[in-house]
Each structure stands twice: as structure tokens, then as C-alpha cells.
Design a protein around this ligand. Sequence first.
Ligand SMILES: NC(=O)c1ccc[n+]([C@@H]2O[C@H](COP(=O)([O-])OP(=O)(O)OC[C@H]3O[C@@H](n4cnc5c(N)ncnc54)[C@H](OP(=O)(O)O)[C@@H]3O)[C@@H](O)[C@H]2O)c1
Length: 340
Amino acid sequence: MGYRVVVAGATGNVGREMLNILAEREFPIDEITALASRKSLGTEVSFGDKTLKTKDLDTFDFEGWDIALFAIGSDATKIYAPRAAAAGCVVIDNSSLYRYDPEVPLVVPEVNPEAVEDYRNKMIIANPNCSTAQMVVALKPLHDRARIKRVVVSTYQSVSGAGKAGIDELWDQTKGLYVPGQEVAPSKFTKQIAFNVIPHIDVFMEDGTTKEEWKMVAETKKILDPKVRVTATCVRVPVFVGHSESINIEFEEFLDEDEARDILREAPGILVVDKREPGGYITPIESVGEYATYISRIRQDSTIENGINLWCVSDNLRKGAALNAVQIAETLGSRVLKKG
Ligand SMILES: NC(=O)c1ccc[n+]([C@@H]2O[C@H](COP(=O)([O-])OP(=O)(O)OC[C@H]3O[C@@H](n4cnc5c(N)ncnc54)[C@H](OP(=O)(O)O)[C@@H]3O)[C@@H](O)[C@H]2O)c1
């Protein structure tokens, strides 16, 4: 016996990946339905070798459905997640709306799987920001060994992190640069993204950080350990899919780079590709369509007593969103709901 599963936002980047991953991982499903806005009514989306016709989220009745995977943005989530939860359907939400609510668990299954049990508080589980998800997968096994004091992270985030509109803008702008008269002005991004990088994601906060940077700090504390201090610089780069991060970690205890590499090789969800030669590391394009969080360039930081530097890459639509959401559903299934 399987679950009755809803995917809301099924026409979006993350929603389509959620359908792919549910099928790939053979999540136990008795019935599945794909939802989006009214304008997408009847749009066909793939689920394994089947095709689903998208229904209107606004008129959907969640009664009798077990799990709803949401990827529809915070504004729509505010309306529809409470509706699903009130009908007894557990919502696994990709937006940032509930991430900082103390009653809502924020879960990365490789790090804090036990937190799913708090789903009962509001019938909602939050999925973290894409940059946080891959970073905490990398930090967790190192933290368990040598206790992390402080993390300095710079991100190189792909345009798909900004939804379908982000992908379209990079594509159209790149093409437009080659055709006189067809230049595409910035719209989704604040400046030209084609052949450029932009040190600004989400809104500015009062202290000069951006909301994306603040999210990495707050979410790492909630998922991994409130004592870990994080400072982040988040940058949008002209890459379609795959987020990269340069991470500097300061530990309480000394951790040798070889031991760090061995620990990461054994850790769940991680693949180490770390040869000290040209090409002996992972780039974002190689992470596309994969489940792993890749770690490369592991090396001692000799400017501090207990420091390690590393390079971390993952498919932001997968580990950063859809895969993590499906892993949460799997964890919920094995720990709590127990069907299938
Ligand atoms: N992309 C990432 O790397 C990433 C990572 C982590 C979290 N997230 C979060 O995941 C969510 C979706 O992101 P995305 O990249 O998939 O965006 P997207 O490609 O722009 O897709 C948005 C989806 O939401 C649906 N939607 C929007 N407003 C709706 C409404 N009022 N009623 C019903 N459906 C509505 C859209 O349906 P229509 O096609 O019918 O408009 C579409 O299916 C966002 O909250 C985002 O912050 C994204």
C-alpha cells in the first residue's frame, strides 16, 4: 500500500524535478496528482513513463491525500499550505514561509532526520534554501568530528535558483547579445546576468547583508547547531543549473585535511572528487541531474589554527529543493506514516 501524493507547482523547475525524483526513487504511490495555477490547467507534465494533466490548485480538495510537496513560492504557500494541513495532508514546503517558524521542522535528512517527527505541530515540514541544503550536508560529518566554530562561505548560484524566469533571462540575454537590436534588459535580475556575476540575491537587510545570506546563517543554526557562526556572500552567476560554494571552516579541534577527506568520503549524500591536478574537481555542469553533494579542493587553511577549505557543488533543483523534499517524504514514511 502506498501514499496519495500531491505535487503543487508541478509546471515549475522544482515541481518537475519532484515528479522525476518520486518516479526515479520509486516512492510508494497509490495515486498522484499534479497542481499549478489556473493558467496551467491541463498542461502535461511527466511522471516516469506516464503523463499527468495539471489541475488547478485553487479548487483542489486535499481531503484524503497523505503528502503534498509544495514548490509554489511563499505568497501562494500562505494560502494553500494551511488548507492542505487542515485537511490532514502533510505539507513538505520548498518556500521560505515556514522555515524560521520554531514549531515547523526544517529538515535535511542527512543531518537532522529526527526533526520530521515535529511535523505534528502544524502538519508542515520546511525544506531549506538550496545553498544551505548542500552546505549542511558537507558540514555535518566534519562538525561531528571536530566541532565547527565558524564558517565563511561564498556562493556561486545558478539562475535556475530564481525559477523559470531566471533561466529564460540568461538564455534570452545571451542570445540577444549576438543579435543587434535584440538585446534583453535585466528584469528578473538587477543587472545583466549573461557573461557577468551579481553579488546580490533576494532583498537587502538593514545591516547590509542580503536575505539570501541571512537565510544561510539562520537555517544552518536551525538544522545543524545554533552555536555554529556563519558569514555568507551570495552571488548569482551565469550558470543554468548547479550551485557552487567556497567554504572556509574553523574548528574547535585540529582536523587534518586527509582525515577530513576520509570522513567526507564515508558520509551520506556526499561524493568526494579531489585530485590535485587539472580537472580533478567538480564543476556545476557535472552535478546536473545527480543526487550527490560533491566536495573537491579539500585543503588545510594554514592562516588559522584549526581550518579547512573546501569546494562544494550540487544540483540546486535536486539536493537544493526537489530531492531533499522527496527524502523528507521518505523519512516521514519510514519513521512515522509507515505505509508502502
Ligand atoms: N529553484 C531552486 O533552486 C529552489 C531551491 C529551493 C527552493 N525553491 C523554492 O521552490 C519554489 C518554486 O521554485 P521554482 O524554481 O520551481 O519556481 P518556478 O519555476 O517559477 O515555478 C513556480 C511554480 O509555482 C506555481 N505557482 C506559482 N504561483 C501559484 C499560485 N498562485 N497558484 C498555483 N500555482 C502557483 C507555478 O505554476 P504556473 O506555471 O501555473 O504559474 C509553477 O508551477 C519557490 O518557493 C522557491 O523559492 C527553489
